[in-house]
Design a protein around this ligand. Structure first.
Ligand SMILES: Nc1ncnc2c1ncn2[C@@H]1O[C@H](COP(=O)(O)OP(=O)(O)OP(=O)(O)O)[C@@H](O)[C@H]1O
Ligand SMILES: [Mg+2]
Length: 252
């Protein structure tokens, strides 16, 4: 893990009309680090990462990537900067095979006799390569629609799509294991460790403290729109983090 944070969110405030979803939040993430964001429903976790991924613009506050101050008007601006997200819903087209999902909207083409056609062979080979080389995943069949894959495999396809972008530096995951069984969860946590080892900064929103304590380096705790603490995972425990999540006064 490097000493300077790759991502610095500073004094982020977000108001939706009269609702203050976030108030003066700071968040750091280093390359090669997994930062977990935890907190109760409505604590502002998703809003915070939607700001980091360009989906929302902050009412106040600044975001830096390395030395660069980011001004993002949309999610595609964030992707251009190397920040992408995998959501719980994964946004996969279920009826399409993994390669079609990997290249959805960015299809590779080839020219034959002057006619531009989809290069299905190369898209499939690239998908197989990225799944295996970056994530260590081999699918039994590359022809099956993604709806026939397991939850963990679908997760892998969604992550592969994000990491296929060579400039990817920050990967955000919002509740990636929420809909998964224990085995699929374990596989997804392994994928997180794999991309972390490749030097990405990973930001993981999770309600599962088991997952958080297994895979994160630091835990950022949100309560009612504010950051109420950041702990080093190795120096903390679930009870301490739970205390921060619910608030000491409420826990007592
Ligand atoms: N688009 C929006 N318009 C109005 N209010 C919003 C909007 N998005 C979020 N909020 C409000 O902001 C607050 C934080 O919501 P957010 O979705 O960030 O919480 P969360 O921590 O991700 O919760 P959960 O664990 O339930 O996913 C909530 O009070 C929510 O109602
Ligand atoms: Mg949320």
């Amino acid at each position: 893990m490097s000493s300077e944070p790759l991502v610095r969110m500073r004094n982020i405030t977000k108001r939706f009309g009269g609702v203050t979803a976030l108030s003066g939040v700071d968040l750091d993430a280093h390359a090669g680090e997994v930062v977990a964001i935890v907190g109760d429903n409505g604590a502002g976790k998703s809003t915070l990462i939607k700001i980091l991924t360009g989906v929302y613009q902050p009412t106040e506050g600044e975001i830096f990537l390395g030395d660069e101050k980011l001004e993002m008007a949309s999610h595609s601006d964030a992707i251009d900067k190397g920040i992408d997200a995998v959501y719980q819903t994964l946004a996969l087209a279920d009826h399409l095979d993994p390669a079609a999902n990997m290249f959805l909207g960015n299809e590779l083409t080839t020219k034959f006799a002057g006619i531009t056609m989809l290069d299905n062979k190369r898209m499939r080979a690239e998908t197989e390569r990225v799944l295996f080389e970056r994530l260590g995943v081999r699918l039994k069949s590359m022809d099956a629609p993604t709806e026939s894959l397991s939850g963990g495999q679908r997760q892998a396809v969604a992550i592969a799509r994000a990491v296929y972008h060579e400039g990817l530096r920050v990967l955000v995951m919002d509740e990636p294991t929420a809909a998964l069984g224990p085995q699929e969860t374990a596989r997804t946590l392994k994928l997180i460790e794999t991309v972390k080892a490749q030097g990405l900064a990973v930001i993981l929103i999770s309600h599962s403290l088991d997952d958080v304590f297994q895979v994160s380096d630091r835990v950022h705790v949100q309560r009612r729109g504010k950051c109420v603490g950041v702990v080093k995972t190795a120096d903390s425990n679930q009870q301490e983090v739970l205390g921060l999540i619910v608030g000491v006064e409420e826990a007592a």
